[in-house]
Design a protein around this ligand. Structure first.
Ligand code: C5P
Length: 402
């Protein structure tokens, strides 16, 4: 018999209180039959629709229903239930739990457990169609989606309230199972791997308030961090100053200067399986830095510069067997220059990107890029959304680390 991808996986199943709660019993049962360990956490309202004993019977696991269960008596608690979880699915997810999760509330076992999860979270909303369409619900769903939480949209059909052909229906168990299997298949590709990513530009101080910087927004590196996290990697994101929200579940290290970035990369190198340098590191810094703001009257007529370390070159001498990926922003002879840098910096992959056009590259959501590996150029420059290119880079890493 073909082994199910669910075999050996740990699934946390959050059940909130809607009429579809009873359908979650079938989901819990099928997940268990496919070999997953299913740990159920229910809201108080869900227990009005289905008894916790039903879930316990189909999963053969204790079920968590309140925050104050004596954890010395019970094998699980709201803080330990997500330990080792591969996926956390909330099915059905009511408008209430969606709102709580969007705002980080933690007033019962399910909402609290959700805050402790570092695995992928999937929500399966099911509710009355007016509640689904309500702007507050839609806003909260967008907040969750932006945080990387997966949403399985409800189906259109007959609802418990009697509405026909309305959106809000809980999908068939098979559909949810297939979604989870498909998702876990993709998530698995970087599970257990650690990916170190740098993003944003560095700032090289002239005095206590001024610096030499660049236009890098950090979008590319943050998109790669999010894509790697979604595939199950442990992600360390070393970031220069940006306006971006840290991706969910990623370990952040904030730095300002090239020297701090080099140190942070070296500190984390040994645990990494791959390093992706998207950061726009300043090649030089002022040789002297004033600790106070330089007065207009004492303005220097010139600023002497000195070279910054090249982080990629520094780590290619220190690295063990990590894959190393660079990004080369070029304005002319893009592919040729990027190929030279791939060789000089001893990289496994260079993503060449053409920044000669104002619509691409720095601060844009789009990038004109081509992959150059140690086997040579792969294709020509193509236009990508940065999120799309991030997927490609992460797939490339996954294929090499497999
Ligand atoms: O030489 P260039 O800056 O164009 O090379 C780009 C690649 O080198 C990027 O991946 C960038 O993050 C990395 N880099 C570095 N240390 C520097 C400058 C660039 O690691 N000082």
């Amino acid at each position: 018999m073909v082994k199910s991808i669910l075999e050996g996986k740990t699934v946390v199943l959050g059940v909130s209180g809607g009429i579809a709660s009873y359908k979650a019993v079938d989901l819990a049962s099928k997940l268990t039959q496919e070999g997953a360990t299913v740990k159920v956490v229910m809201t108080a309202n869900a227990t009005k629709f289905v008894g916790s004993i039903t879930f316990q019977a189909v999963t053969h696991q204790p079920v968590l229903t309140n925050l104050f269960e004596d954890s010395s008596q019970s094998a699980i608690s709201h803080v330990s239930i997500c330990k080792d979880a591969d996926i956390f699915i909330v099915a059905p997810a009511t408008a209430n739990i969606i709102a709580k999760a969007a705002h980080g509330l933690a007033d019962d076992a399910l909402s609290t457990a959700l805050l402790t999860a570092s695995c992928t979270i999937v929500m399966v909303p099911a509710m009355n169609s007016q509640m689904w369409l309500n702007k507050a619900t839609q806003h909260n769903l967008n907040v969750l989606k932006n945080r990387g939480i997966q949403i399985i949209e409800p189906e259109v059909g007959r609802l418990a309230c009697g509405d026909e052909q309305a959106k809000g229906r809980f999908p068939e168990t098979e559909f949810i199972l297939n979604y989870m299997k498909d998702f876990l298949g993709k998530v698995q590709s970087l599970r257990g791997k650690t990916i170190l990513i740098t993003a944003g530009g560095t700032r090289e101080p002239i005095d206590s308030v001024r610096f030499i910087g660049n236009r890098s927004s950090g979008k590319m590196g943050y998109a790669i961090a999010k894509a790697a996290k979604t595939k199950g990697a442990n992600v360390i994101l070393i970031s220069g100053p940006t306006n971006l929200q840290p991706p969910f579940g990623v370990s952040m290290v904030y730095v300002e200067t090239a020297q701090q970035m080099l140190q942070a990369v070296i500190n984390n190198l040994s645990q990494a399986d791959a390093v992706v340098m998207t950061a726009a590191v300043s090649d030089f810094r002022p040789a002297m830095k004033s600790n106070k703001k330089i007065k207009k009257e004492s303005m220097p007529s010139s600023i002497e510069l000195e070279l910054n370390p090249d982080i990629l070159e520094a780590i290619s001498n220190k690295k063990d067997k990590q894959l190393v990926i660079g990004f080369a922003a070029e304005t002319d002879n893009v592919l040729e220059n990027a190929t030279k840098k791939l060789k000089k910096k001893k990289l496994d992959l260079m993503v060449a990107n053409d920044v000669s056009h104002p619509d691409f590259g720095f601060d844009s959501d789009f990038i004109l890029a081509a992959f150059i590996s140690d086997y040579g150029q792969q294709g020509s420059l193509e236009k990508y959304r940065k999120t799309e290119l991030a997927e490609k880079v992460v797939e490339w890493i996954a294929s090499k680390l497999a």
